[in-house]
Design a protein around this ligand. Structure first.
Ligand SMILES: Nc1nc2c(ncn2[C@@H]2O[C@H](COP(=O)(O)OP(=O)(O)OP(=O)(O)O)[C@@H](O)[C@H]2O)c(=O)[nH]1
Ligand SMILES: [Mg+2]
Length: 203
């Protein structure tokens, strides 16, 4: 998919109506600071469409972005961020779960894990949750630019074992150098309606 136009739509604290609702949705999940918002900016080639921060807990609402009027990208708050109050964490978990379990147009989840670290208990829980609800997902191994080639090849089997996924389900990604971007955009292509066949052409 070539992204010609990317626009912020709105922020919600629970799934509700929004302009563009009905289009296929792709949601990013993962712990705080893993790089969800940065990934949106890299995919759309826009410096600051989604707000990022070196401090975890930046995204606090469900943020929706329109791609070409064809796909909705959903930026969710991160989980597992110890510094916010228990009540706030519960509210975020409710937002994430509420969204994942209720959206009827959610077609793909990009589950982000930091390529440098073993996935956490929360990550394992998230994958179990996605499987339970039968939500198709791919694992995005973020911050790949921070690893050497050797470190990178050691990290993939750890992610596979911990999350119980196959290597083909993992896409190493970097918001710095853009690796993985093309593979993710190819996944988006699969969500688009097939091109219309124009009758009368080529016999
Ligand atoms: N080197 C490197 N840094 C990255 C990459 N992706 C994100 N970062 C940095 O990691 C920090 C967190 O990035 P965000 O995109 O805000 O993370 P998030 O997952 O949206 O975080 P929350 O909104 O708090 O859940 C920022 O300082 C980014 O610059 C990457 O691919 N490579
Ligand atoms: Mg964010």
């Amino acid at each position: 998919m070539i992204i010609r136009r990317a626009q912020f739509i709105t922020s919600l604290d629970a799934l509700g109506n929004y302009p563009g609702r009905g289009l296929p949705e792709v949601a990013m999940v993962g712990k705080s600071n893993v790089g969800k918002s940065s990934m949106i900016n890299k995919l759309t080639n826009s410096g600051k469409l989604a707000r990022t921060s070196s401090e975890p807990g930046k995204t606090r609402l469900i943020n929706l972005f329109d791609l070409n009027g064809e796909i909705i990208l959903v930026d969710l708050p991160g989980y597992g961020f110890a510094k916010v109050s228990r009540e706030e964490r519960r509210r975020w978990a409710g937002m994430i779960e509420g969204y994942l379990s209720r959206s009827e147009t959610l077609r793909l989840v990009l589950m982000l894990v930091d390529m440098r670290h073993k996935p956490t208990e929360d990550d394992v829980t998230m994958v179990e949750y996605l499987r339970h609800y039968g939500i198709p997902f791919h694992v995005i191994a973020t911050k790949a630019d921070k690893l050497s080639r050797a470190e990178g090849s050691r990290s993939i089997p750890v992610i596979c074992r911990t999350l119980g996924v196959q290597p083909w389900q993992i896409i190493p990604f970097s918001s710095q150098d853009g690796r993985g971007r093309d593979r993710v955009l190819e996944l988006f292509d699969e969500l688009l309606p097939p091109p219309e066949i124009v009758e009368g052409e080529n016999g």
